[in-house]
Design a protein around this ligand. Structure first.
Ligand code: SF4
Length: 698
């Protein structure tokens, strides 16, 4: 029986970018159960993570005391969950001692080796206010733009293409617009697993007549409900999408008025796709020419067509090109700027949109104002009262490569776990271990925290209040429901304490004071007051004045580029950085599972979710497994040129033959030890969706 709550607190889900509103039911400072609330994105629905993924906050492994690494403890790079080993490595400290050690060491590195010798990773799980203060600390306290977060591993290439092509990195239409669309294309995304409540809206739309086209090398659950499923070969997105555009041009299905009045660069695009006939591309992408033509016609001729995509598109060295093709498809057919149309990169973390908006990226101040733009620089120098660096900083993977070169010597990491989430994780761990000083602020002793010099125990999602921006650009409040355990403190307090030790005189009180400062310098949210958020529960940006209801559908009149017009950018086929060969004949695709979230630090400490998926698994085509001589449940070892892991094989015919899918949440089989750190040159995103591997039984 459910415990009778003594308190109820309205909040939002801490996991994915759908941004479901929920209610925490509390008894004796413990969450006892969670219910869905009638939010704009979920209408009381929750998935298994939102409903059951809360008891990590009460887990006995929570960090409750600041820790300082013992002088004689080597940074071996190997993670240990053994509590006895932990106390061999770290000693407990007071907050004053830990903050002085952390802030003092970083200040010394800055003063000795220069401002660019420091870097900071913030988190897309933190609030807008935490993201804003963290990037402000790096830009004003460290003095450089070396600040980034996990958007770099997620949709950075999509954002690069969107900013270039249509002037805004956010979605054009909310997920719920699928219910207004005649045709929906879902490509490189598995919403049933990664955005489950969004998937329910897509399924509801199908029931009402919407035609769904799923394009993915892996046959997702949603593909079973699709009008057409295109199982293209891994790494052949541009071939498939250019062939669709070729068809639309060849059959005269372009929207000439839209192209003439609202875009530039069409002639180059048309010339480029002329070389990509469906017949030529069919053997490359593995989809027959007739199906390519049929889907192209369907998309171009419907009254309203919408495209949603995920990391299958973005996590390639040609991720920006993949997204450029999707943008071009929408522009050439005029399928953007109206309800039920548009472009929707499904955002991963609950606040990856907001953290990016708040400037937690190395090349942009808040609201995507470039650091090397003299007007933007002057504006932020005036707002923050000091000179700022006008050189874009290093990105996540670049920072890991700069450490062994001695260019980055100290880091402050808040709520990120690069020892698990970075590509070529053995290299990332060695880099973290090589830092002169690493400060980690987190709620658990993560694989990254294990390499820290100072660990600052932080607050879990339900232990603090802040605003969060979902994939639809909806700003919502996550409210404090319980107190942090032991001496763990709220992140806004910790960031300010660190700022003071780096010479900044900060003294923000309530979180709304930070939000007020943000909205004064971020025109996109200028009309959203904290009172309004409290009153309306959710406000969509752009929202420029207090009377503005917010704009769920954008680009209705013009695009936010200097000319007001969107730009076509042609793309050609670029093969994956590392192709299979005789030594490594198969392909590794990484991603997520329904029950576990990213590096697993929260969901693997959640009783229900961990009970459903307790062990590391690899999804292998049954014929590939049989060829190995294996059975489902056998242990297999997967190796790439960078490392190897052992885990259980699961027979899964949704994966194409020759390709193995592994979730990246299992510390005991950390699959990112194998992935390739090669970067997309524009978005600087690593190629998580393709590297060469070999597999053996045992
Ligand atoms: Fe949370 Fe996303 Fe599930 Fe909604 S769909 S409950 S936001 S994980």
């Amino acid at each position: 029986a459910l415990a009778v709550p003594d308190k109820q607190v309205d909040s939002v889900c801490p996991y994915c970018g759908v941004g479901c509103q929920l209610t925490y039911n509390i008894r004796d400072n413990k969450i006892v159960f969670v219910e869905g609330r009638d939010g704009p994105a979920n209408r009381e629905r929750l998935c298994v993570k939102g409903r059951y993924g809360f008891d990590y906050a009460h887990h006995p492994q929570r960090l409750t005391v600041p820790l300082i690494r013992r002088l004689d403890a080597p940074k071996s790079g190997e993670f240990s969950m053994d509590p006895a080993r932990v106390l061999d490595v770290f000693r407990e400290a007071t907050w004053e001692e830990a903050l002085d050690a952390a802030g003092g060491a970083l200040a010394r590195i800055r003063d000795t080796h220069g401002k660019r010798a420091l870097a900071g990773f913030g988190s897309a799980k933190g609030s807008n206010e935490e993201a804003y203060l963290f990037q402000k600390l790096v830009r004003t306290g460290f003095g450089s733009n070396n600040v980034d977060h996990c958007t770099r591993l997620c949709h950075a290439s999509s954002v690069a293409a969107l900013l270039e092509g249509i002037g805004s990195g956010a979605v054009s239409n909310p997920v719920m617009d699928v219910t207004l669309a005649e045709v929906v294309i879902v490509i490189g995304a598995n919403p049933t697993v990664n955005h489950p409540v969004a998937a329910t809206w897509i399924k509801n739309a199908i029931r009402n007549g919407t035609r769904l086209v799923v394009c993915d090398p892996r046959r997702s659950d949603l593909a079973r409900s699709a009008h057409r499923y295109l199982q293209f070969k891994p790494d052949t997105d541009v071939a498939l999408l250019n062939a669709m555009m070729h068809t639309i041009v060849a059959e005269g299905l372009v929207d000439k008025d839209f192209i003439a009045s609202r875009t530039i660069g069409y002639a180059e695009l048309e010339q480029n796709v002329a070389g990509y006939s469906p017949e030529l591309m069919a053997p490359i992408c593995g989809v027959d020419a007739d199906t390519i033509r049929y889907v192209a016609r369907l998309y171009a001729t419907s009254k309203a067509s919408m495209i949603l995509w995920g990391m299958g598109i973005s996590q390639h060295i040609h991720g920006t090109d993949n997204a450029r093709c999707l943008i071009a498809l929408a522009l050439m057919t005029g399928q953007i700027g109206r309800p039920g149309t548009g472009l929707h990169p499904l955002r991963g973390q609950n606040n990856v949109q907001g953290a990016s908006d708040a400037g937690l990226i190395p090349m942009m101040f808040p609201d995507y104002q470039r650091v090397d733009n003299p007007q933007a620089l002057a504006k932020f120098e005036q707002a923050w009262g000091m000179p700022l660096d006008s050189t874009p900083g290093l990105t996540v993977v670049e920072i890991m490569h700069a450490i062994p070169r001695g260019e980055i010597r100290g880091m402050y990491i808040m709520g990120e776990n690069p020892a698990m989430s970075d590509p070529d994780a053995n290299h990332a761990r060695a880099s973290l271990a090589a830092l002169e000083h690493l400060v980690v602020q987190d709620i658990f002793l993560t694989e990254t925290a294990y390499l820290a010099d100072v660990i600052l125990p932080a607050s879990a999602f339900p232990e603090k209040t802040g605003s969060f921006t979902n994939t639809d650009r909806l700003v919502q409040i996550g409210r404090q429901a319980i107190d942090p355990p032991g001496q763990a403190r709220q992140d806004l307090w910790i960031i300010q304490q660190m700022a003071q030790r780096l010479g900044l005189d900060w003294n923000y009180g309530h979180v709304s004071e930070v939000f007020d400062e943000m909205r004064r310098i971020m025109p996109s949210i200028g009309g959203i007051t904290w009172d309004r958020l409290e009153r309306e529960h959710a406000v969509t940006y752009p929202c420029t004045t207090e009377g503005d209801p917010g704009q769920p559908v954008v680009f209705t009149e013009q695009f936010p580029r200097e000319s007001g017009r969107a730009r076509f950018v042609p793309a050609d086929i670029i093969p994956a950085d590392e192709r299979p060969d005789s030594a490594y004949p198969m392909v590794l695709i990484t991603g997520r599972q329904l029950e576990h979230w990213h590096t697993g630090s929260m969901t693997r400490r959640t009783a229900v979710l961990d009970a459903i998926e307790p062990d590391p698994v690899a999804l292998v085509h049954p014929l590939d497994l049989a060829a190995l001589g294996g059975q489902p449940g056998d242990v297999i070892t997967i190796a790439s040129r960078r490392g190897e892991v052992a885990l259980y094989a699961r027979a899964d015919d949704s994966s194409p033959r020759g390709a193995i899918f592994v979730p990246f949440c299992y510390y005991e089989a950390a699959i990112n030890r194998l992935t390739n750190a090669a970067l997309d040159p524009f978005g600087k995103i690593p190629e998580f969706k393709y590297c060469a591997i070999r597999v053996a039984l045992g």
